[in-house]
Design a protein around this ligand. Structure first.
Ligand SMILES: *Cc1c(COP(=O)(O)O)cnc(C)c1O
Length: 352
């Protein structure tokens, strides 16, 4: 299921756009304004910027680490203007996130109406339930058909959408949760023992380099358990039920590359690293339980042209850019460069 056809060629477009419009609707109705603060290592920022661009009653400030985003990711944020402001921070992604967190807890800024748009927001999860239902509606021959979804996962927001769809009645036989080498969740499923990975491991499926998924506490609670903010399990969920619904598996870098190569050699289809993790995860599920011919859908979460270097190394092809990404090059960029300290950031927010 190609979820990469939106304006920033990421599955995140889907939920971010709907959430932005929901927010605009209620803000207008209640005559309120909101300032969204987002720290990004690249992809989330561009999806949020694009989704909120031009909306009424909402301003967006995005912080990215100056040296840690690609030219294209940066241009996707800095060429929009209007209600989208961008800060290039002399620091790392964690510094961006730390400044945003400080701003949220600073009462001097209460009057700005600060809010976030990250993937634990229910406004991002609900729209994501829809494409699971849509896929089933296209593929099922009868109401008795069951379906398997393979979901390449980082913060587990995409998966949460699927779990919500299942709770609403979608006959999902199994969610295959495919992670890269950040395997804290597959380990937990197999051993019942959860340990965050700090710092997270760098893999080519970079949007899934997450050592403690922000939706993990929610999934645990959905199955009757309790997890605290730091990732300690206070009460175990019903692991049997959890494993009945989900099969979690970790995919190595080598397996990711092999999946991209196989898919191209055999089917002439170009997939990118995140989708490749999902594809390999599904093969591992079949190796484990057998393939009994059930419907199965793999989610492809980004466009291959966003990973030109990796794709070229693996299959020797430069994937063609989708139109939405092509137009960026000639546009004017605007951003504010800030040093990594809170007082400068606070001044910026108060004076804008
Ligand atoms: C964000 C992202 C993911 C992971 O989605 P989660 O909801 O965080 O699990 C996978 N692939 C791509 C391309 C992404 O940008």
């Amino acid at each position: 299921m190609r979820l990469d056809r939106g304006p920033t060629a990421s599955f995140k477009d889907f939920a971010a756009r709907l959430m932005g419009r929901w927010m605009q609707y209620y803000l207008k109705k209640e005559n309120r304004k909101m300032l969204i603060l987002t720290a990004t290592s690249g992809d989330t920022g561009s999806a949020i910027a694009n989704a909120f661009y031009g909306l009424d009653n909402i301003e967006v400030v995005i912080l990215y680490p100056t040296t840690e985003v690609t030219d294209r990711q940066r241009k996707q944020m800095t060429t929009l203007h209007k209600n989208i402001s961008v800060i290039s921070l002399d620091g790392k992604f964690d510094d961006c996130q730390a400044l945003v967190k400080m701003a949220f807890s600073d009462h001097d800024l209460d009057h700005l109406g600060l809010s976030s748009a990250n993937s634990i927001n229910i406004g991002r999860l609900l729209p994501q339930a829809m494409y699971y239902i849509y896929a089933y509606s296209r593929l099922a021959q009868s109401e008795n058909d069951e379906i398997v979804f393979s979901v390449p996962s980082g913060n587990f927001g995409d998966l949460m959408g699927g779990l919500i769809a299942k709770k609403m009645g979608l006959p999902v036989k199994k969610f295959v949760i495919a992670t890269n080498s950040n395997d804290e969740v597959p380990k937990y499923f197999n051993e019942g023992f959860y340990k965050t990975i700090v710092p997270s491991i760098n893999c080519i499926s970079s949007a899934m380099n997450v050592g403690h998924p922000s939706n993990m506490a929610r999934i645990i609670s959905l199955y009757g358990g309790v997890m605290d903010e730091k990732g300690n399990i206070i009460k175990q969920p019903n692991l049997d039920l959890l494993k009945n619904d989900m099969f979690a598996v970790s995919v190595t870098e080598e397996e990711t590359r092999k999946a991209i190569k196989m898919m191209y050699d055999k089917h002439k289809i170009i997939i990118e690293p995140h989708g490749a993790v999902g594809w390999n995860g599904l093969q591992k599920y079949y190796a484990n339980v057998g393939n009994d011919g059930d419907l199965a859908v793999c989610l492809e979460t980004a466009h291959p042209a966003k990973f030109p270097k990796e794709i070229n190394e693996i299959i020797g092809i430069d994937p063609e850019l989708p139109d939405s990404l092509k137009e960026l090059d000639d546009k004017e960029e605007k951003m504010t460069r800030l040093k990594n300290n809170y007082s400068d950031f606070k001044k910026y927010l108060l004076n804008r």
